[in-house]
Design a protein around this ligand. Structure first.
Ligand code: SME
Length: 159
């Protein structure tokens, strides 16, 4: 069984979790869990995967969330359309923000682009305003870079 190893950096822990080819679903499920339990002050961590013109809810930790998000909508759809991370210090001021958990006050979404094209996003929510700065964005981008190379995205997109 995988265990959370506090002595490892975040990226090292994710690399360790992905070292075996367990398949995309257990891989993403374990990474969502590792991030959720490791990052302080987060209330939702998970993945949305691209299906046609929509992002569809994937493995996550936190309260039940909306299942479909159109490209360009909400923070997730905006990050996927812009093909760049979107950091929102106060979600209540973000036009079109989709509220899944009323406890969320700030959010960071990083698009996953294994071959330059978006296959999904990593979404992290916090009850703390302004929770995500440059450092957090850099760390989660590094996590996403590992996911881009270690996950079989062709299979994940056929789900
Ligand atoms: N807040 C997101 C929706 C997903 S939930 O946060 C889990 C958005 O605006 O896209």
């Amino acid at each position: 069984m995988h265990e959370v190893r506090e002595t490892l950096s975040l990226v090292e822990e994710v690399e360790a979790l992905l070292s075996e080819d367990d398949g995309w679903l257990p891989q993403l499920a374990n990474v969502a869990s590792a991030l959720f339990y490791r990052l302080p002050d987060v209330n939702w961590v998970g993945f949305y995967l691209l299906k046609g013109e929509e992002l569809v809810l994937g493995p996550f930790q936190g309260k039940p969330a909306c299942v479909r998000i159109a490209l360009g909508k909400g923070v997730c759809g905006t990050a996927a359309l812009r093909k760049e991370p979107v950091r929102v210090p106060n979600v209540h001021e973000f036009p079109g923000h989709i509220a899944c958990d009323t406890a969320s006050n700030s959010e960071l979404v990083v698009p996953i682009m294994p071959r330059g094209e978006v296959v999904g996003v990593l979404d992290v929510d916090s009850p703390r305003f302004n929770r995500f700065g440059e450092e957090e964005e850099r760390d989660l981008l590094a996590v996403v870079r590992v996911l881009e190379t270690r996950v079989d995205w062709d299979r994940a997109l056929k789900w």
